[in-house]
Design a protein around this ligand. Sequence first.
Ligand code: ZN
Ligand code: ZN
Ligand code: FE
Length: 747
Amino acid sequence: MTNTGAGVFVRAAADAGPLARFASRLREDAPPLAQITSIDTRPLDAAEIEHLDFRILASDSASSATTAIPPDIALCDDCLLELLDTSDRRYHYPFINCTNCGPRFTIVETIPYDRPKTSMKVFPMCADCQEEYDNPANRRFHAQPNACPYCGPQISWHEADGSPIACDNPLALAADALADGKVLAIRGLGGFHLAANACSDRAVDRLRLRKNRPSKPLAIMVPDVETARRYCHLLDEEATVLASPQHPIVLLRRRNRQELADSLCPGVDDIGIMLPYTPLHHLLFEHQNCPRALVMTSGNISSHPICTSNEAALAQLGAIADNFLLHNRDILTRVDDSVGKRMAGDFRLFRRARGYAPSPLQLPVLLPPVLGCGGGLKSTFCLGRDDSAVLSQHIGDLFNLQSYDFYTESIAHLLQVYDVEPELVVRDLHPDYMSSRFAEELGLPVYTAQHHHAHAVAVMAEHKLLDPVLAVVLDGTGYAADGTIWGGEILLSGLDHFRRLGHLSHLLLAGGDKASAEPWRMGLSALYQIMGRDCLQPKYLPDLLSSVNSSQREIVVEMMENRFNTIPTSSCGRLFDAVASLLDLRLRSDFEGHAAMELEALASRELSAGWLGRLDDSMKRLPSSFFALNHGIWEINSPEFVKMVFDRYASGCSASQVAGHFHIELICAITTLVKKFSTEHTIDKVVLSGGCMQNRLLMEGLFHSLAKEGLQVYTGAKVPVNDGGVSLGQIFIGGFQHVSRNSHESN
Ligand code: ZN
Ligand code: ZN
Ligand code: FE
């Protein structure tokens, strides 16, 4: 048996019966984490059969590398038992692992995945560990990160300035500090966490203040499923995901508001929860005084990538953390926690990282070697070759040099370990994204993909849909060739081309980027479209909007009148911003999607269980004024929606009633158009994509009402519907265009 870059090679000789049983048991009795993509067999030569005894040969790195690097996996039950067994030689050892669990992607330099090519190479195994490693009957047989207290990595406890504090049990001191309300920087699996007591407002506020993160929700870690159930509504399926080998953060609806700090996720109903996934996490919770819920947020400074090295963390987090809990096993690849939510019957990733990346995705077609560069926000990149694609871990927003370095280093790393030499590169249509500029500098043929088309194709790729489909893409912003900003689109989408069939009609984005960050600008500009200059009279304005300085309001209106720094947009995200500001939710967003998330939470209060049933009625009562045909393209009248919101709120309906109606009517309007296009084009498959589909009401409502119309509905699960999935769509769009251009030329 040999582990080669092309896969595992087994030579076996026996009678036909046992040999066939061996082949089938390879699949049936595969270890928990094994993913067998294919088994090829060929007969051995007589010479090869001689002297076959059980041997595992040294790995061979020469052949082409198509084997996946495994993702990092949460501590398994067997290791957990040993961790807590006083008689075990690894009792309370924070780096215990085995073939079924532990670090992988984060410690790999290159493949084949063997110890000398990982950051474990500096820890020679002791005799006991080596014996386990060499013994085929042992659970640690060829477990590359195998280690024990005598030979492996160690933890240490430090002051905020990095000076070490001598102690017997750093974890006991860490638990005490957390109970004390202190903020800790903890070195983990794929990077640092900032940790604090999630049950203490004082501790959470301290972390928020120091991290300059006023309101963005913070994820928490709790010791077990029972604790998660105490704080949240938890379906069995969600509990299964929480405890799966990947251990992602699962967004759950809060139910016990008293125990957790109010400031964890102000204004929204969901909280991100994960279970302990490294031995170190388990040991922290073993201490009686450790709080039962810990904030565990990315250890970074605002908009930078998470810190991985002790040096970088001390330099960047020294002003945030009171103490550091460090270790000396190097993190070679930075990987954040994955995040997702169960919606419309499936767990859907919003951030695909730890536990999932870089597992390859199986493709329905063959692609040339291709690199998809992604977009600007929530960036990922994607490598495609033959019938598989590797979607990178979440990289983040490419707005600063540090993130850009993370991006380019990750691309170089994955190209190297998978031994891919791209023939072509695909970028977003937006010429100014850092990812687009990167693509242009590679010296390869460059193809472009329209942002929302790429969103649609990502879902098509995940569900292996090869024929054209209808695509509903509800999103923030995306560049288009017509000089407007898109983001509320209904497309006829093929794998390499698309046609825009309909969209949300234009709102005016007055003041460029500021208009995205400050929802009040969208609210005011939408009112201007409805009532003209009257929107400047405070008597017409909702409370929050009238609190904006009158000269600032005047400037926005003047910009629109003069068409100065004003761009028409069909963005669904901006429509949500406008509505949120008109319902007095907020004037400014602290992070992308902030106002929209609060609007969803507000609407959820109105739309309780059974609301999907109400959709059918509303479909029948939908006013025709919601639709207009403009130059052959159907529009859903956004200002009409804004007017409806404004009128209802002014006439005394509660904000949550109005928000609920708004969701329902938007869902119905989109369904009506999709149904019409479905008949016209005889297509009955619809994909839902775009960042706004992270809104549970919107996604589940569309899922329900489109299915009710007899359509087959698909949306992202393993691949995020937000910009994290765009690079997967890109490799299809560019790859197909490349292949057809080449075949054209050779004709
Ligand atoms: Zn294990
Ligand atoms: Zn050892
Ligand atoms: Fe997008």
